[in-house]
Design a protein around this ligand. Structure first.
Ligand code: AMP
Length: 285
């Protein structure tokens, strides 16, 4: 496995591999890898000749009061885990190499980004789109893999690829969970031990919504009330950022009766960390 730090070297390597007819997969990560990330790398391994894992804590997607400096960085362990899961190349650039002085171009998605996490994290998805566009140019992937855990991010990246004609196929990977249902996340380690049992409340809340939906509930207000009650019961100390039911395609908030597939989504603080989780509600699911 090769570690590449410089963006130019990454692009030269990727262009040469493509010219040699190799099929490339990219798995973008911010490092501190857990089983969720590794499942994406394993999926990439099945789909491509060369698997590139980017390992870059992107400063542009953190707000001024967010945890960029404190974000866990465990590069040596990440390298071992990436290699074992099937990575061929780790792209590990510095922030200065990715954003040299004078860098002033951004990629902004202006519709899906207004909702859910975009509403409470202004600029976050512009940071995500900008770095993913750069990563696509630098690693030249045929396919790129993103987790359903970050459902809004996945939808925004699909939209960006479509709108800006990137020749990349986006694959979605299911959310990996702890035994009690908590979605794996690099931020879970910061949940205070006393509050940890409540973290499964997000999962239980989404389960409640899905069960009601499968039993025929199609009124958004009823589903939202059920979700609020379930979260209040299962995670009384959670400080809710949002608890929403949105159209799965447009991410517009739903109210009253709905017919199209929906996305139930939650963001809540449990102690310092902000946890997110979601569930797609669709008749065919
Ligand atoms: P991150 O390092 O948090 O930027 O995540 C990198 C990629 O891993 C993103 O596509 C995430 O959606 C995905 N991911 C994060 N957590 C999980 C999880 N628990 N299960 C599956 N994929 C995940």
């Amino acid at each position: 496995m090769k570690i590449i730090e410089h963006p130019d070297a990454m692009q030269e390597t990727a262009l040469a591999a493509r010219a040699a007819g190799r099929r490339l997969a990219l798995v973008p990560t911010m490092g501190n890898l857990h089983e969720g990330h590794l499942s994406l790398i394993r999926l990439a391994r099945q789909q491509a000749d060369d698997v590139i894992v980017s390992n870059f804590v992107n400063p542009r997607q953190f707000g001024p009061n967010e945890d960029y400096a404190a974000y866990p960085r465990t590069f040596a362990a990440d390298c071992r885990l990436s290699e074992a899961a099937g990575a061929d190349i780790i792209f590990h650039p510095s922030a200065e190499a990715m954003y040299p002085p004078g860098s002033s171009t951004i990629v902004a998605e202006e519709s899906l980004s207004r909702h859910l996490c975009g509403a409470s994290r202004p600029g976050h998805f512009t940071g995500v789109c900008t770095v993913v566009a750069k990563l696509f140019h630098l690693t030249q992937p045929h396919i790129a893999i993103f987790g359903e855990k970050d459902a809004q991010q996945l939808r925004i990246i699909r939209r960006m690829v479509n709108d800006l004609d990137f020749p990349v196929t986006i694959l979605a990977a299911p959310t990996c969970r702890e035994a009690d249902g908590l979605a794996m996340s690099s931020r879970n380690r910061f949940i205070p031990a006393a509050l940890r049992p409540q973290a499964a409340g997000l999962f239980q809340t989404l389960n409640a919504a899905e069960t009601a939906y499968q039993n025929g509930e199609r009124n958004a207000n009823n589903l939202l009330t059920l979700m609020q009650q379930t979260l209040a019961r299962t995670a009384p100390d959670a400080v809710v950022d949002y608890l929403s039911l949105v159209d799965d395609e447009t991410l517009q908030p739903l109210s009253g009766a709905f017919t199209r597939p929906a996305l139930a989504a939650i963001a809540a603080h449990l102690g310092p960390p902000r946890l997110i989780d979601n569930r797609r509600l669709a008749a065919e699911a």
